[in-house]
Design a protein around this ligand. Sequence first.
Ligand code: NDP
Length: 254
Amino acid sequence: MQVSKDVLNYCAAIWAGFAILLLPVLLKYKAPYGRHISFAWGKTISNRFGWIVMEIVSPLVLVLCFFSGFNGSNLFALSLVAIWVIHYFHRSVIFPLYIRTTGKRIPIAVVGMAVFFNVINGSLNGLYLGHFQTEFPREWPGMCRLILGFALLIAGAYINIRSDYILIRLRKPGETLYKIPQGFLFRFVSCPNHLGEMIEWVGFAIMAWNLPALSFAVWTIANLMPRALHHHSWYKKHFPDYPKERKALFPFLI
Ligand code: NDP
C-alpha cells in the first residue's frame, strides 16, 4: 500500500487542529455518558457492551494499518504498537468487565462517535508506525526523549488505572450510586484517572515523536479536560460536603 508521509502529517495536523477548534463546544456540552447520560441522544445499548465495541476498534485498526507497511521488523515501531495494544486491551476488555454498571446504558450515538474517533486515531498512528517510524533513537536528544516519554507513559498509566479502580470499587456489586472518592490523588483532584490518561498519551507522543501521536495526545486532552471539569462541577452540586480544597484535574491549579 502506497502512503505519503506528507499527506499523513497534514491529516494529523488538521485532525489535531479540529480538536482545538472543538474544545469550546466540548467545554460547553457534557459528553452524554456515565453520570452525564442524556436520553435525548436517542437509542441506547448496554454500557458494558458499548465500551467493548467502541474501544476494541482502536487496536484492531492500528494493527491492520501497521501491517500494511514494511516496519514489521522495526523494534521501536513494534514496541509502540505493543504499548497501544496493551492499553486498549485493558480499556476494551478488562475495564468493561470490571466496571459496576448493572442496568446502565450508553447512547448508540456516543458509541458511534467514539468508533469514528478510534478509527481515525488508530489509522493515522498505525499507518505512520507501519510506514515511517524510524528505529530506536541512537543519539542523545532522541534517547532523552525516549526516557522522558516512557517515564511519563508509565506514570500516567499507573495513575489512570489505580484511580479508575478506586472509582469502580466505590460501588458494591449491583449498586449504581455515586460516592465521594477518597485517597491517592483524589486528595488533590476529582479526576486523577483523566489526568493519568492525559499524561500517558503525552508520554507516548514524546516517545514516538511524530504528528499522529501528537494529534492523539491533543484529542485526549480535548476530550478529558472538559469531562474532568464537568465531573468536578457535578460533584460540587450533588455533595454539599465535597472537599473544598479539591481541584478538578491539576493539583492546586484547576
Ligand atoms: P469516569 O471517572 O466517569 O468513570 C469511571 C468508572 O468509575 C465508571 O464505571 C463510573 O461509573 C465509575 N465512577 C466514577 N466516579 C464514581 C463515583 N464517584 N462513585 C461511584 N462510581 C464512580 O471515567 P470515564 O467514563 O470518563 O472514562 C473511563 C476511562 O476511559 C478513564 O480511564 C478515561 O481516562 C478513559 N477515556 C479516555 C478517553 C480518551 O480520549 N483517550 C476518552 C474517554 C475516556 P458510571 O459510568 O456509572 O459513571
